[in-house]
Structure formats: structure tokens, C-alpha cells
Design a protein around this ligand. Sequence first.
Ligand SMILES: [Zn+2]
Length: 97
Amino acid sequence: MSDCTKCGEYMFFPERHTCSPKWEVIDADECGENDWKTIHALDGEDAAAKYAEQRDDRNGEGPRERTVIVREPGASDEKRFSITFEYSVDYSAQEQS
Ligand SMILES: [Zn+2]
């Protein structure tokens, strides 16, 4: 019962865990070539969403819309994603053993 040390994902079944692919992401408004961040995600869309989520955790009230550029590590092919989000609070319940 732990998080993967490589990708940070929670491993429900450590013996069956495989890391998600790596993506490089950057905020379109902060175009420094050194600011690319590496994120593990299932696909480009997922990577963009995770990146936006991380940034907003750090900055508190971020903009509600941002454009995130995603590429495969080292690739010149870039995809742009528009991120929109709403603040929400999620509750979940787990039965106690
Ligand atoms: Zn992993």
C-alpha cells in the first residue's frame, strides 16, 4: 500500500503497477524553454489537466482558464489544451473495517 516512487501514483496492486507514460507540459503564457515539467499521465489531455491542477494548488486562486502545451518528451510536436475548471469540494466515504 504505497505510492509509486517513479510516477507518484497510488498503487492499488503494486505487483501489477505500470507507470503511465511521461509527458512534458508547460503553461502557454510562461514560455521559457526550461520551464517544461514532466508529468506521468495516460494521455496528453490527462497530462494537461494534472499540470493545471498542480499549479493551482501552489498558487491558490489561479486563472480559471489557461492554455497548456503538451508534448512527448523531447518531441517537437506540440498539442495545446484549453483548461477550464470550477472550484469544487468532493466528499467520499469509505466503509471502516
Ligand atoms: Zn509508477
